[in-house]
Design a protein around this ligand. Sequence first.
Ligand code: CMC
Length: 428
Amino acid sequence: MAETLTITDNRTGKQYQIPIQDGTIRAADLRQIRVTSDEFGMMTYDPAFMNTAACRSKITFIDGDKGILLYRGYPIEQLAEHSDYLETSYLLLFGELPTEAQLDAWIEEINSHTMLHENLKKFVEGFRYDAHPMGMFLSSVGALSTFYPDAKNIADAGSRRLQMVRLVAKVPAIAALAYRHIIGRPYMLPDNELSYTGNFLNMLFKMAEPRYKPHPVLERALDVLFILHADHEQNCSTASMRNIGSSHVDPYSALAGAAAALYGPLHGGANEAVLHMLEEIGSMQNIPGFIKRVKAGEGRLMGFGHRVYKSYDPRAKIIKRMADLVFEVTGKNPLLEMALELERIALEDEYFVSRKLYPNVDFYSGLIYQAMGFPLDMFPVLFAIPRTAGWMAQWEEMLTDPEQKIARPRQIYIGAPHRDYVSRDKRR
Ligand code: CMC
């Protein structure tokens, strides 16, 4: 027998049977609940989507209580250990791990799209010397829509795939262009002999040497960080990607919007905010005072807490372990001791324990990025590059889902009732 939820409307005494599927009811099924036939019908009110599923997805699974994260069914720990970013992006985009031949073809495809149009360089030159790289990144990605007008053809599967390839291939080059602009160095061409992250490091840090050789430990660490950031189901930026994409705009414009959502300090900007916070705290003796202020509601412990995880973020566990490997090469980040002490206090303190606030992906990633030589304001960009695969996978799934339409939430209007215009001389 099909499972249903019985709702009794106390206003009318009528009963309604609402079908239950996958542990959810359809909000639209509530519309039949009304007192008079000319009413709109019952809606749900859910600011910030605390309890509303907006799609059915096969991409990423999170169990927030148990701290489980799966991409297409594969545990994040196994991918971080055995996979690399390009293989993981293939998995996210196409649903299965590639065979050897498929992976070779995928790398080849990506490598043939790593260059940027020369005019994009001129576009980035227009930014001030101190422009935030994330601002440059998201506007440059948006500008790509003007370079690829064919991307408007979102109904064509071949065109969609081409834009996926272009975006995954070009976002490291855009990020590197933004970085080289700030530090006043010439833009470096991609080296397709290197891995995805090796080439990214090359475009960032190459100087006059004939061939840039990334440090294998740092190259692998960045690759693992990219795997960990590649997707995270319906977060703020992914929901933005789907929402904007649902208007059938091209994916470059949609991805610029998703990157803008990621930029905020409550989302992908948190990695940068963590480092600012640690620098502001300044020393171990200031930690108790800082924690006191956080508990008094005068600020947040950045890099802590999550809407879905109510236990240790599995990504943070992997990053914390990896930090040791990176610090063996770069030397220890002096802010690490403070981060460890903040975590120790927070994991024991009633305020954080009762609210289930644990370190998230952003708490330790910034310490690694800083030790690797990235300036603080590059951190959100380092999140956006790998998330591009996730955004594109979610965009593709949204467009090919027959249940999806243009996203358009309802509201509860609480403003003035109908009233007549008052001429200026009669207003008080
Ligand atoms: N420090 C101190 N208190 C906190 C924190 C924090 N980092 N996070 C949540 N709280 C408190 C909050 O004040 C509230 O307390 P009360 O019930 O007394 O009002 C309670 O915990 C619940 O918080 P919330 O704001 O209702 O939770 P949310 O699900 O809306 O917010 C969050 C999730 C990630 C925005 C929030 O935890 C936060 O602001 N964290 C710091 C920023 C951060 O690290 N963001 C990165 C998230 S992970 C990477 C990503 O995917 O973006």
